[in-house]
Design a protein around this ligand. Structure first.
Ligand code: HEM
Length: 464
């Protein structure tokens, strides 16, 4: 960690407005407020926010590096977090050595080399989903992307298909939606106050989901090939704590639900943003299609990195100081929240020249640096599903570009809209598509005026 003896031993400065005012500004317009604060204060400033309390926002790469390198003995989780509704077995409720052990247990199926196994499964899911997509009329891609990513994560977690998974496919989306909305709110709002209260409704969702997971656990235990299975459920069932005890079924259910929750909406939102960006960058869209046809993937990978840079799904990597810590020239007291702001790190001109423009070519021949490009956070809590999410996005985009022609648009970009935890395209990532098997000349001849405007934009289009 860096040090500067001439500086005061204090957290960085920030706005002096009362907590309630800062909180309201955040609630009303978090992303523009953060951009404005970043311009005013630079790569580190301190806010005072409801729920999070004193919060040091950092985006300076050196400070981010310090935070991600800080030991799990010095920083831990913020509260409340989604663990409050996911239950005591969720890794969102683990810290220190317990978290380290749990992550070690869960990493194998999400490891970079292993995730390639899921290529075919995801391609099948995309093909199944796009079979219903209408041609020539506008529709939202966010919900279909949710179905694709839910199926993908269900397969990784449970390793099998069947009626119980169909039931989970039905039960999970409303539960995850409600959970994301109430999970970060104070306890009083989350409490079960009867069947009509948000807390009561969530409990009912949870009761049904747990019943299905219980049946899947029983099925797995009865599986003659159980020892050979590598899905997450099998790994958790085989796991032993240091004292030799297995995890309880209730704790296993909590952790499975954690992975389904963390892995589903985030990736689908990023995919909806990809569609939103590509339709506004027709030159890129045609280059990507040519690349898919030629069997390449470099530009597609750069595009995924740039989508995650310019349209980050989550706000940041949050930590709570367990003791007084030093970050660069700043000293942060115990009990403070520190957040590596993904948005501000990605908007920094010093790291990404012309940062507000969408330009995947900035990554040509290089890879993003883990302290300036941080969509998956870093350090002790770095996203466990990062490689899995990247693979899912890659296979989904590859299949979409191979099968469909997206009609470009010169509509303004969709605004980021907060869905509880994730920031999604405000209009749901609207798309107009045609199947590529159709004759493009006939399609242009029969296109509506707005579609023809879209085709005209094909050869140009702004970068924003
Ligand atoms: C584009 C998709 C995704 C994005 C942008 C994303 C982003 C993030 C971020 C920013 C964090 C916090 C990291 C930190 O505090 O340093 C996180 C944590 C986490 N993510 Fe993801 N994620 C994505 C997909 C997934 C998937 C597919 C899974 C499935 C396994 C997953 C599972 C998790 C878990 C379990 C954590 C908590 C880790 C911990 O606290 O130790 N995520 N993710």
């Amino acid at each position: 960690m860096g040090s500067a003896t001439t500086e005061p031993e204090s957290p960085p400065p920030g706005p002096r407005a009362p907590r309630i005012v800062q909180g309201l500004a955040f609630l009303a317009a978090r992303r523009p407020v953060m951009t404005a604060l970043g311009r005013r204060y630079g790569g580190a400033f301190t806010l005072d926010l409801p729920v999070l309390g004193h919060t040091v926002m950092i985006s300076d790469p050196e400070l981010v590096k310090d935070l991600f390198g800080t030991s799990r003995d010095l920083v831990g989780r913020t509260r409340p977090n989604l663990g409050e509704i996911l239950g005591p077995g969720s890794m969102f409720n683990l810290d220190g050595d317990d978290l380290f052990e749990r992550r070690r247990l869960l990493l194998p199926p999400f490891h970079g080399k292993r995730v390639g196994h899921y290529d075919k499964i995801i391609e099948d899911e995309v093909m199944r989903e796009i079979a219903h997509w209408p041609e020539g009329s506008e529709f939202e891609t966010l919900e279909p992307m949710m179905r694709i990513t839910l199926n993908a994560i269900l397969r990784a977690v449970f390793g099998a298909e069947g009626p119980a998974l169909d039931e989970l496919r039905r039960l999970l989306p409303p539960a995850v939606r409600l959970g994301a909305r109430i999970g970060l709110l104070p306890e009083a709002v989350r409490r079960d106050l009867g069947p009509w209260s948000p807390g009561g409704r969530f409990r009912e969702h949870r009761r049904r989901i747990d019943a299905v997971i219980e049946s899947l656990i029983a099925e797995a235990r009865a599986d003659a090939d159980f020892d050979k299975r590598t899905d997450v459920l099998a790994l958790l069932l085989q796991a032993r704590y240091d004292n030799g005890e297995p995890m309880s079924d209730a704790h296993i259910a909590d952790e499975l639900l954690t992975l389904l929750t963390a892995g589903h909406e985030t990736t689908s939102t990023a995919l909806a943003w990809a569609v939103e960006r590509l339709r506004r960058h027709p030159r890129l869209l045609s280059r990507l299609t040519e690349e898919v046809d030629a069997g390449g993937s470099e530009l597609r990978q750069a595009t995924i990195w740039e989508v995650l840079r310019t349209r980050p799904v989550l706000d940041g990597a949050l930590r709570r100081t367990k003791t007084r810590i030093r970050l660069g020239q700043w000293v942060i007291p115990e009990g403070y929240t520190v957040m590596a702001s993904i948005q501000l790190a990605h908007e920094a001109e010093a790291s990404f020249p012309d940062a507000m423009s969408f330009d995947p070519d900035r990554f040509a021949g290089t890879v993003p640096k883990p302290i300036t490009w941080i969509p998956f956070g870093g350090g002790i809590n770095r996203c466990i599903g990062a490689a899995f999410a990247n693979m899912e996005m890659d296979v989904t985009l590859r299949t979409l570009l191979r099968e469909l022609r997206f009609v470009p648009t010169d509509d303004p970009g969709e605004r980021a809209s907060n869905r509880g935890v994730a920031f999604a395209p405000g209009r749901g990532g609207l798309a107009v598509v045609y199947r590529r098997t159709a004759d493009p000349v006939t399609e242009s001849a029969t296109a509506s005026p707005s579609e023809r405007a879209g085709y005209r934009a094909w050869s140009g289009g702004s970068k924003r």
